[in-house]
Design a protein around this ligand. Structure first.
Ligand code: PDD
Length: 285
């Protein structure tokens, strides 16, 4: 049985009910996180909570939860749901109002919902075993506050579906100047001449925790140069390797973009080196 958390209680997921007037339901007015956990060990718990707190404060939701409250919730969900490969989904909406009104209501208690779902085992740093991702491309048509991990994901959903309908795993997104932003549910990277290059953090992309950990791990190791800078569509099409990262995927090697091979169309050596370092270092955060 899948045990979830809703507003202070643990209960079977299918019994968790919210008001249809919850602003998360009506407006997508909320913030969420997905924290990966393998065999009971979470990856990047503290930075995930930090990002959620900055999202909550960016949209003016006041929630009086400490890091140890979140830690306790995650620990309980792991205990209650078995300690396999889990994504711990944390969600805070502005709460249920008594009417539908766009303005922030007063005296409404935020809704806190969490549950655990199965995710794939983490990638093994082995080229022969690596999942090969294929992606589509598209113009990024989301809003201009993509740094906020909002539960309002329709823009992302439509972009994901665009790639999925074409038989692909993701959609790489480009702004009006044909610069790479990210993918619909992942951060994006290219590798050229041994250098890992990813777009800089700004309002066009989510500051991914996997991205944060990966860049830190690579920089501390020092054997693979990293650049955070604008990446053009031409550079993406001429990359030696392309990657996507997210909490549930770690580093995904992209071997095909719009049906064309990336580099030699195989999982690359820099992916292997980076995933090896990530596997070794990810629990230090
Ligand atoms: N997706 N960019 C977007 C738009 C995302 O939705 C995500 C995460 C990422 C990667 O962030 P992180 O490394 O912190 O997981 C980048 C999550 C997993 C999801 O929506 O399920």
């Amino acid at each position: 049985m899948n045990i979830a958390f809703l507003n202070g209680s643990y209960l079977p997921l299918e019994e968790a009910k919210i008001s249809p007037l919850d602003r998360g339901f009506l407006f997508g007015d909320g913030i969420y996180e997905v924290v990966p956990s393998y065999a009971g060990k979470m990856v990047g718990f503290a930075p995930h909570i930090e990002r959620m707190n900055s999202g909550l404060s960016a949209i003016g939701i006041n929630l009086d939860w400490s890091q140890s409250d979140w830690q306790d919730l995650c620990t309980q969900l792991i205990e209650k749901n078995g300690s396999g490969n889990l994504g711990i989904y944390l969600h805070v909406s502005r709460g249920a109002d008594s009417k539908r009104f766009h303005g922030f209501p007063e005296n409404v208690t935020p809704t806190v919902f969490a549950f655990a779902f199965d995710i794939a085992p983490p990638p093994i740093a082995d080229k022969a075993l690596a999942k090969k991702y294929t992606v589509s491309t598209g113009r990024d048509l989301r809003w201009e506050r993509c740094q906020i991990k909002s539960t309002a994901l329709l823009g992302n959903v439509l972009h994901f579906q665009q790639g999925y309908d074409q038989g692909n795993d993701e959609t790489l997104l480009f702004n009006a100047d044909n610069q790479l932003t990210e993918a619909s549910s992942c951060n994006a990277y290219i590798v050229k001449n041994g250098v890992v290059i990813t777009p800089p953090l700004n309002n066009q992309l989510l500051p991914g925790i996997t991205r944060q950990l990966l860049l830190d791990i690579l920089r501390r190791d020092g054997s693979i140069p990293v650049e955070e800078r604008i990446v053009t569509m031409d550079e993406v099409r001429n990359a030696d390797e392309a990657w996507i990262t997210s909490s549930s995927k770690e580093i995904g090697a992209v071997v095909e973009i719009d049906g064309e091979p990336v580099g030699n169309g195989e999982v690359g050596d820099i992916w292997l080196a980076a995933q090896t370092l990530y596997t070794a270092g990810k629990y230090n955060y």
